[in-house]
Design a protein around this ligand. Structure first.
Ligand SMILES: Cc1cc2nc3c(=O)[nH]c(=O)nc-3n(C[C@H](O)[C@H](O)[C@H](O)COP(=O)(O)OP(=O)(O)OC[C@H]3O[C@@H](n4cnc5c(N)ncnc54)[C@H](O)[C@@H]3O)c2cc1C
Length: 274
């Protein structure tokens, strides 16, 4: 779609170019920005020439640049881990969550991880992935500084985040403890190629800590944390405590709640058995 009010697209190659005038916004892959009218948008600042390494292994874990594409992220899952197995390693989630964005390879090759999180749709699979692995968002602030916040807290609602004008999501940091965890994944949609109705991801760290993350069916991510794999009642009560089941063409709140309860219990059993 032509964005007829856009007067300029800047393509900085260094951080000092990331200064945003009132009508300017960051441009990732543009798969959403160019898909609908953008009232008030007069300029775009393309992030893709900043030269950020898409994926870096560090001592602390994995650093994924905001400009990493969905395709680059999906390739982190080894081929042999792409078939779902009970209690699989966390790296399977890269493929599973990328696959949750049901789009052609053309979209996968340009849509960015940062754009997906910053867009903050309930069915944002990069938010599901990052929240489930306790990823921390590294944010470049407008004054030239940097701040960090858990992705599970950065996304605050439908199309709503803690990012303010002039801030840029720089990267997501996934801690090694999450990468070493056992995980399970469930997703459902109303039709085979439909947008996610709910996504439930279970994770058990080597310490035994268990995190069940619910996204897609809710307006924001919910992490249900337990010191060990919870009992059936405790888990069901925690899921029942969620009070913002989302309602749109991709599912009703009752259905999303019911499927999330079912999936959480399935994952509990699966993670207990492995
Ligand atoms: C066929 C199709 C299917 C889709 N399915 C889904 C789906 O299932 N779930 C879903 O969530 N989306 C879906 N989308 C929407 C979109 O493609 C994805 O959300 C995509 O990941 C957005 O990334 P992008 O890099 O293209 O973002 P852009 O379109 O470039 O930007 C999206 C928003 O994020 C901001 N932004 C981008 N990068 C940054 C950054 N680093 N820091 C701060 N702000 C930033 C932009 O200013 C803009 O407001 C789909 C799109 C298509 C065409």
């Amino acid at each position: 779609m032509d964005l007829i009010d856009v007067r300029e697209i800047r393509v900085p190659n260094a951080r000092d170019g990331l200064v945003f005038a009132p009508g300017e916004r960051p441009l990732g892959g543009g798969t959403w920005l160019f898909s609908e009218p953008q009232p008030g948008l007069t300029g775009l600042v393309d992030l893709t020439a900043l030269g950020w390494d898409p994926i870096r292994r560090t001592e602390a874990g994995l650093e994924i640049a905001a400009t990493c594409t969905i395709a680059e992220l999906a390739a982190l899952t080894p081929r042999e881990s792409r078939d779902p197995r009970p209690g699989q390693a966390a790296d399977a989630l890269f493929w599973q969550c990328a696959g949750s964005l049901l789009a052609s390879f053309k979209i996968w090759n340009v849509a960015t991880v940062g754009g997906n999180v910053a867009l903050a749709l309930p069915a944002g699979p990069m938010t599901s992935l990052a929240a489930s692995l306790d990823a921390v968002a590294v944010i470049w602030t407008a004054d030239g500084g940097e701040r960090r916040t858990p992705v599970a807290e950065l996304v605050t609602g439908v199309r709503s985040t803690g990012l303010t004008h002039g801030e840029v999501l720089r990267s997501l940091e996934i801690p090694e403890s999450s990468l070493a965890a056992r995980t399970g994944f469930r997703r459902i949609a109303l039709s085979p190629l439909g947008r996610a109705g709910t996504v439930v991801i279970g994770r058990v760290d080597s310490s035994g800590e268990t995190v069940i993350t619910v996204t897609g069916g809710t307006t924001r991510p919910h992490q249900l944390r337990f010191d060990e794999i919870p009992g059936e009642r405790a888990l069901a009560d925690a899921v029942d405590g969620i009070d913002d089941w989302y309602s749109d063409a991709h599912g009703t709140p009752d259905w999303r709640r019911a499927m999330s309860l079912l999936f959480a219990e399935q994952l509990r059993g699966e993670l207990e058995a492995t």
